[in-house]
Design a protein around this ligand. Structure first.
Ligand code: CP3
Length: 347
């Protein structure tokens, strides 16, 4: 029944090359879609939407129905993990996520309160229900992606209590309180791995680890705060599911991308748009890549969009590629531009 043979995104992750690459967009269910804004209004708060399987399924399917993307990504957020650990999260209109900033002395008690993942996983059970419902609702050729945030990126929000432009507060915390930082990252890694295992068991075909803030880390911090915790997730997931397919997205990691691929052993690398062509092609020789159109080209449309797509295809179109943006689609993106992109990528 669950025939995965015709899921192109999975084939690419295994190293297959398509002349017309499969395509999906990070944040494809979101505010640029009027039907999303409509459901979002009905849900109450943003987290209510994440924890309501019926509505979360509805918004996950919206971009599939409208555009026929090759992959569908579970609708949720990376910050459900701190929420599940007991660090309450709320989303404010125009301000983004707000948490109570965690202090160094609160980290041991947090680890004790979550000595295994069970309490957090119970809290996340509606999200797992969403995954189950999605697999049976999706066309068989559509790959279902689960996801989590990388521990470093999740920790930056837990420490600062909100988004910042350079994550200086989290970096400072890492230098002042290295022992506590590593404990926090390990806790997030273990719960996230168990959460990903549940998603895969519920029907996710592959999972993506979003490390949106890996690009702000210095050399040895990148090893300790990005690579180490991501490897911990990969190993824990594969100890349960040896052939688990994992996409790693260390946004902004620059020259660290090859080190990241080699050490974390992810199956596919998500590239951001700043990557030089030769380097992107070099990385693709080691395995599948995903990306990497600048999202502002999709907002601009016209020649900026067409030439951006052509540049991606000329650079990484001759090897295993999942076409995507180099970061999430933004709310101001016109729907007509998404249609223009699909036409051009699909020939
Ligand atoms: O891609 C998808 O369609 C699946 C859903 C998804 C969301 N967030 C929904 C969302 C995914 C995969 C994420 C990941 C996420 N969340 C990341 C990593 C990727 C990235 O964008 O860097 C991060 C850092 C977050 C944390 C987060 N969530 C922030 C900083 C914000 C506020 C900024 C904003 O865009 O409003 C969110 C809110 C959020 N997550 C929205 C959506 C659709 C918008 C909130 C709303 O609808 O009111």
């Amino acid at each position: 029944m669950d025939n995965k043979e015709n899921r192109k995104v999975l084939k690419v992750i295994d190293g297959h090359h398509y002349e017309q690459p499969p395509i999906w967009l990070m944040r494809q269910a979101g505010r640029y879609l009027p039907e999303y804004r409509e459901t979002r209004k009905r849900a109450g708060s943003f987290l209510d939407l994440c924890y309501n399987p019926e509505l979360a399924i509805e918004v996950t399917l919206q971009p599939i129905k409208r555009f026929g993307f090759d992959a569908s990504i579970l609708f949720s957020d990376i910050l459900v993990i701190p929420d599940a650990l007991g660090r309450k999260v709320r989303f404010e209109e125009g301000r983004g996520p707000i948490l109570e900033p965690i202090s160094a002395t609160e980290i041991d008690p947090l680890c004790e309160a979550n000595s295994d993942s069970q309490k957090a996983l119970d809290h996340l059970s509606p999200v797992i229900e969403t995954v189950k419902g999605l697999r049976s609702a999706l066309p068989t050729e559509t790959t279902l992606l689960g996801f989590c945030g990388a521990p470093w990126t999740v920790a930056t929000y837990m420490i600062a209590g909100h988004g910042t432009s350079d994550q200086a507060l989290a970096r400072l915390f890492g230098h002042r309180h290295r022992v506590e930082m590593v404990k926090l990252l390990n806790l997030i890694a273990d719960v996230s791995a168990d959460y990903l295992i549940k998603q895969i068991e519920a029907g996710a075909d592959a999972v993506q680890i979003f490390d949106s803030w890996s690009g702000v880390l210095g050399k040895s911090d990148f090893e300790d705060f990005c690579i180490g915790p991501v490897l911990r997730i990969v190993e824990r997931v594969r100890s349960r599911i040896p052939d688990a397919k994992i996409i790693g997205f260390p946004k902004g990691a620059g020259l660290q991308y090859s080190n990241y691929r080699e050490k974390t052993k992810v199956n596919c690398l998500g590239l951001d748009w700043t990557m030089p062509s030769e380097f992107a092609m070099e990385l693709q020789k080691q395995g599948a890549v995903q990306g990497n159109l600048d999202p502002t080209r999709l907002v601009a449309g016209g020649y900026a969009l067409d030439s951006g797509i052509d540049e991606v295809m000329a650079t990484i179109g001759n090897g295993p590629l999942i076409f995507n943006l180099g970061h999430g689609i933004t709310p101001e993106t016109p729907i007509a531009h998404v249609e223009q992109m699909l036409k051009r990528v699909r020939g």
